[in-house]
Structure formats: structure tokens, C-alpha cells
Design a binder for this molecule. Structure first.
Ligand SMILES: [Zn+2]
Length: 146
């Protein structure tokens, strides 16, 4: 068996996190740069569909940016938890998160079981919201000020 480093238990994870943060920040910069060009994509045919799709693209771009930013935030939090010696503990059940999982997902705050419970809950909430959104938008309503 390998000798566990006593000085810094999470050194390896910390390195992964720092690398991951660097990559994500680079990804954000790249996305922002590309964002300026994507407005040119799409042939101008001047119908509603075109307008709608370019708006959706912009939303997608924002969404992507948010996700990346959230990731950086999660990484920062994980680094903080390492510093404060709170890392590797599930926030829900306070069990230790298996090392293999931490290595694969170093910014996770939950063990596999709690995470899948949370995801199930989130999926339910999301489906509920989607169904509600469907009902709130009447079919055939077009927001067009010609
Ligand atoms: Zn848990």
C-alpha cells in the first residue's frame, strides 16, 4: 500500500482543482470571444423563426457562461474547504466522500447517494416548472411589434 502523505491530505485534489479552475477560466474567455462572432451565424431570411433562434442562441450562450462561472465558484469553494479542513465531507449526511469520487469530481459537496437524491429532486422540480411554463404561455401568442 502506498504511504499516505501526512503533510497535506488533499494536495493531489488541490492540484486538480487549480488546474480545473485554470481550464474553466480559459474556457470562459474563449466563450466570450466566440460570442462576438456567433451573431454572424445564421442566414438572414428575416422571419420570426430566425429572430427567435438567434435569441435562443444568446440565451444558450448566457446559460453556458453561467454554468462555467458556477463551476469556478464551486472550485473556489472546494479550495476554501480544503484550507479550512472541511473538505471531503458530504453536506447532507456528513459522511466522508470516497476518495475516488473526489478525484473524479473534486468540487462535489455530496456523496453519491445524496447527490443522486438531490438530482432526482431537481429533476422533479425542473419538470414541474417546465409543465407550468407550458401552461402559462398560450399557444399561438406572438410577441411581435411590427
Ligand atoms: Zn451524503
Amino acid at each position: 500500500m502506498a504511504i499516505k502523505p501526512k503533510k497535506h491530505k488533499w494536495q493531489e485534489i488541490q492540484d486538480i482543482l487549480l488546474k480545473m479552475k485554470e481550464d474553466t477560466l480559459r474556457e470562459i474567455t474563449k466563450t466570450l470571444k466566440n460570442g462576438a462572432d456567433t451573431t454572424l451565424i445564421g442566414e438572414p431570411s428575416g422571419d420570426i423563426y430566425d429572430q427567435a433562434s438567434s435569441e435562443r442562441d444568446r440565451e444558450l450562450g448566457l446559460l453556458l457562461g453561467d454554468r462555467e462561472r458556477e463551476k469556478v465558484h464551486a472550485i473556489d469553494e472546494a479550495l476554501l474547504r480544503i484550507k479550512e479542513n472541511e473538505y471531503g465531507i458530504c453536506e447532507e449526511c456528513e459522511e466522508e466522500i470516497p476518495h475516488g469520487r473526489l478525484k473524479a469530481m473534486p468540487f462535489t459537496r455530496h456523496c453519491v447517494k445524496c447527490k443522486s437524491d438531490l438530482e432526482k429532486l431537481q429533476a422533479q422540480t425542473k419538470r414541474f416548472e417546465e409543465e407550468r411554463a407550458y401552461r402559462e404561455i398560450p399557444l399561438g401568442s406572438e410577441e411581435e411589434d411590427a
